[in-house]
Design a protein around this ligand. Structure first.
Ligand code: FES
Length: 141
């Protein structure tokens, strides 16, 4: 236990009565050092409620509860274009209201860039029924 500084570069002299008092002070500091209390505590990563696995499970449970509470809103909030932060609901609404049939048309009516998300937009277009836009929109365009 390295609690007593006795090498040649030491900061305390242990000669005579003053040296003995200093020696006892150093022993006292070593025995009642706060580090011993900290060493007896369990490490934070061993606490069951505080480890990465418990946090990941809690996060997944929260997401599952959110989906279960309102699956349609969660589905529509799913990002399609991550570069421009455009969600599925925005793209579906644009496709429905304007009768869009191509990625280029979706790009023009939404903020989606259609670069890395082109395939996802094509998949959405493929799954949505082709509909003509409302007559008022056609007249306005
Ligand atoms: S996600 Fe990159 S352009 Fe849409």
């Amino acid at each position: 236990m390295p609690w007593l500084d006795i090498n040649q570069e030491r900061y305390h002299a242990y000669m005579g009565y003053v040296g003995m008092v200093k020696l006892v002070e150093e022993i006292d500091k070593a025995l009642f050092n706060p580090i011993w209390e900290q060493l007896r505590r369990p490490v934070p990563w061993d606490e069951v409620a505080n480890n990465w696995r418990a946090k990941a499970i809690a996060q997944m449970d929260a997401q599952a509860a959110e989906v279960a509470a309102d699956p349609e809103t969660t589905r529509r909030a799913k990002k399609v274009c991550f570069c421009k932060e455009v969600d599925l609901g925005t793209i579906e609404d644009a496709i429905r209201s304007h009768g869009l049939t191509s990625v280029e048309a979706v790009r023009q009516h939404t903020n989606a860039f259609g670069g890395c998300c082109k395939r996802r937009i094509e998949d959405i277009l493929a799954t949505m029924p082709v509909s003509s836009p409302p007559a008022m929109l056609q007249a306005a365009e």
